[in-house]
Design a protein around this ligand. Structure first.
Ligand SMILES: [Ca+2]
Length: 387
């Protein structure tokens, strides 16, 4: 048995706590940080667009002004005319709902205005064999039809955690999909014949682009775009530059913001700034030849979730800045980016467990918030400048 394989249930519980479970340590640190940045929330006027949601995981903005919201327990909801439509969208396939598993991301097809196609990612399968899956479907305003599986992780796992599940569209109209390491299989993040711990790239019909970095390499999965990942919960592409950013949960410490490049190795678990939940060293290396360093890392962990690159004018001076939700150290982070470099970091909405952050077509910032224990108190908030 490799030193990386089976972990105890206690370690798994600790992992979940670090991802935002009801851990005493996270709560304590949160209090300290809240005291350190009392002025943050003054930047925002906060409107609640929807509440009573179960772990609202992601948002997508429709051309008619309504908003799609996923709930991790498997429902796709619509906010229309400023109110949550009571009946969930019909026809959503039932995900595998357990622990971190469930319905994840929602994204519109770039031609949605004419083809009404959306993409959903979710945990699919059974306790002993589940995987991250992506479907396309036609949305008529109330129901999904014409459902097609366009991606499923090549490797099944028997853990209900570390799915990745974020989607992002590249300028060439290919789709990036984050896939986590499944927690018990971290060494597989370095194995190109295995689907875990990767970012995959597929065409919108599910076929594999011929120019993927490992296409044609014997023993490698052709869908792999990058590897050496742990659990990437944020993914965004800068429309101005095409730069791909991803946030990734480290173990105890070592959460990362990475710039993703085709074929690159992001190091996990050879190189990490984090420790195992037992306090033991996972690797003696924080840097390792042939692996890419993060642009930024957080020790202790913040539990980075959804990621957006602000492009609007509503928040003066924020264009190009990165907005990072935080689950464990509950807050919204803004990374101030100047000339491609991170030059500062601010925290807002202290105490809110942020699952996703998006910029709306109106330039406002939209976040989803959730509880630690799956209670239906999740909300969708719209943030505009206080002045
Ligand atoms: Ca890394």
């Amino acid at each position: 048995m490799s030193p990386f394989s089976r972990v105890s249930l206690a370690a798994l519980a600790a992992a979940l706590a670090a991802c935002g479970g009801p851990a005493g340590e996270a709560r304590k640190t949160q209090t300290t940080l809240a005291a350190a940045a009392p002025e943050g929330d003054a930047a925002f006027k906060v409107e609640t667009l929807a509440e009573g949601l179960v772990n609202p995981w992601s948002l997508a903005f429709l051309p008619d002004g309504s908003i799609l919201v996923t709930e991790r327990d498997g429902k796709l909801r619509v906010i229309r005319d400023g109110a949550l439509v009571e009946t969930p969208v019909a026809g959503v396939p039932a995900p595998y709902v357990k622990s971190q598993g469930g319905l994840f991301d929602v994204m519109l097809h770039p031609d949605f205005a004419t083809n009404r196609t959306i993409f959903l990612s979710y945990a699919a399968g059974a306790p002993d064999a589940n995987a991250t899956r992506v479907i396309s479907a036609t949305f008529d305003g109330a129901a999904l039809t014409d459902i097609k599986t366009i991606f499923e992780t090549a490797t099944k796992k028997d853990t209900p955690v570390h799915y990745g599940g974020r989607l992002a569209l590249l300028p060439d109209r290919t789709l990036l999909i984050t896939v986590g390491d499944g927690f018990n299989y971290r060494e597989k993040a370095q194995d190109l014949s295995n689907g875990l711990g990767k970012i995959a790239r597929v065409n919108l019909d599910g076929s594999i682009p011929a120019d993927n970095p490992f296409a044609g390499r014997e023993g490698a999965l052709p869908e792999i775009f990058s590897y050496g990942h742990r659990n990437q919960q944020g993914l965004a592409v800068d429309p101005a530059t095409g730069t791909i950013f991803a946030t990734e949960h480290g173990p105890m410490g070592g959460d990362e913001l990475n710039i993703i490049e085709a074929g690159a190795n992001y190091g996990w678990p050879i190189a990490t700034y984090g420790l195992d939940y037992s306090g033991a060293q996972i690797s003696p290396f924080t840097e390792y030849e042939g692996t890419k360093q993060p642009e930024k890392y957080w020790v202790p962990s913040i539990g980075p979730s959804g990621l957006a690159i602000y492009q609007g004018d509503l928040f003066a001076g924020w264009k190009g800045d990165l907005l990072v939700g935080a689950l464990a150290k509950t807050a919204l982070h803004r990374l101030d980016v100047e000339n491609g470099k991170i030059v500062g970091e601010e925290r807002y909405l202290e105490g809110e467990r942020i699952r996703d952050v998006r910029e709306g077509p109106d330039g406002a910032i939209y976040v989803t918030t959730e509880d630690h224990d799956g209670a239906p108190i999740g909300r969708v908030l719209r943030l505009t400048p206080a002045q």
